[in-house]
Ligand binder design. Structure first.
Ligand SMILES: [Cu+2]
Length: 117
């Protein structure tokens, strides 16, 4: 019985810690994660669950062969990071992002989207 009480307390403590450390995670993206855009998008817009630090946040967009198709430095404002794209022919594209939220925790992730057809 005593062991069970200890386990329950530990679990509650962990759950509380997890809630307190909500990092910046990707809330939504445009083009949407895994979507097929009928026409080539001119930019990728990522919206996060927290404000992010411009100096420590970045995004790269590449084609199926790994060549960069973004136009470089992203524009970051509050929870949003956007980067312009070169003209994209139909195909599969990969977005890799890395952000530091205002609580100084880093998170990263990636997803794909398609253009055309
Ligand atoms: Cu955090």
């Amino acid at each position: 019985m005593r062991i069970l009480t200890f386990a329950t307390t530990t679990f509650l403590a962990l759950a509380a810690t997890t809630t307190a450390h909500a990092h910046a995670v990707l809330d939504h993206a445009e083009p949407r994660v895994g979507s097929t855009a009928p026409a080539a998008p001119r930019e990728v817009v990522l919206t996060f669950s927290q404000n992010i630090e411009p100096a420590f946040s970045s995004v790269e967009v590449s084609d199926a062969k790994g060549a960069r198709v973004d136009q470089g430095k992203p524009v970051i404002s509050a929870t949003t990071m956007r980067v312009g794209l070169k003209p994209l022919p139909p195909g599969t594209y990969h977005v890799r992002w890395r952000v530091m939220s205002v609580d100084t925790h880093s998170t990263e992730g990636n997803f794909s989207f398609q253009v055309g057809k």
